[in-house]
Write a new protein. Structure first.
Length: 195
């Protein structure tokens, strides 16, 4: 079981524009031509912050519209917010706030040995990193620059550095970089180090 931050970012390290737009991302390639279909099969639970959840509501679910979309995940999802958020009928979503440790334990139990996907954003993933609970970062680096926006991971990780495990060219639109976070060799443990 690994805790993975799997996301797409611009070459200059942003996962969304300052206005939370992802319009720059979709023309770069088809998600089904990436490692995503294989990645998601191994995921047992996922977590995201409220900005990401609200983006999904606005752009995918569109509640109240003539043609509402479906929640795309079969796995249970933990959504972090200090505010009350609307649920989605039929979707297994748990709203939580505060320390990421208890949510991590719940996710780990629900995932039953499968991986945990941290969908984003960077600040939430940073909280998992701070708690020593982040194992891998898998970034599809898009062939665009945004100049400003929502950061990939607003933390300084320098010494020891991340370990680059693989680099894949995905057409002209993306390079997929996979990194391991040092110090997470005993990845299959609880937030208190318990097996
Ligand atoms: N490029 C990609 O593949 C990709 C992937 C994921 C996301 N995105 C996009 O990137 C942007 C990410 O936005 P973002 O960086 O602002 O991050 P975010 O993580 O989606 O949302 C941040 C918000 O989540 C809530 N939150 C975070 N940690 C919390 C905690 N421990 N307890 C309670 N609430 C907590 C806070 O808001 P409240 O407390 O006010 O609710 C916080 O302001 C979105 O536009 C998203 O759509 C892009």
């Amino acid at each position: 079981m690994r805790t993975q931050y799997y996301t797409a970012a611009s070459l200059d390290g942003f996962i969304a524009t300052p206005e939370d737009s992802l319009e720059w991302l979709f023309p770069l390639g088809d998600i089904n031509q990436t490692g995503y279909p294989q990645f998601i099969k191994a995921v047992g639970a996922l977590a995201m912050g409220s900005t990401t959840y609200e983006w999904m509501l606005r752009h995918v679910i569109r509640p109240g519209s003539a043609n509402p979309g479906e929640w795309p995940y079969e796995q249970p999802a933990w959504v972090f917010s200090s505010r009350e958020q609307p649920g989605i009928p039929g979707a297994d979503i748990r709203f939580v706030q505060g320390d990421v440790g208890p949510a991590y334990e719940q996710m780990r139990a629900a995932a039953n040995g499968r991986n945990l996907w941290l969908v984003g954003g960077g600040g939430l993933v940073g909280q998992f990193y701070d708690a020593g609970l982040l194992d891998e970062i898998i970034v599809q680096v898009g062939s665009v620059t945004l100049g400003s926006g929502k950061p990939l991971l607003p933390r300084r990780i320098t010494s020891p550095s991340l370990r680059l495990v693989s680099a894949l060219r995905l057409g002209e639109g993306f390079a997929e970089l996979r990194y391991e976070v040092p110090g997470r060799e005993t990845a299959n443990t609880g937030s208190d180090g318990s097996p």
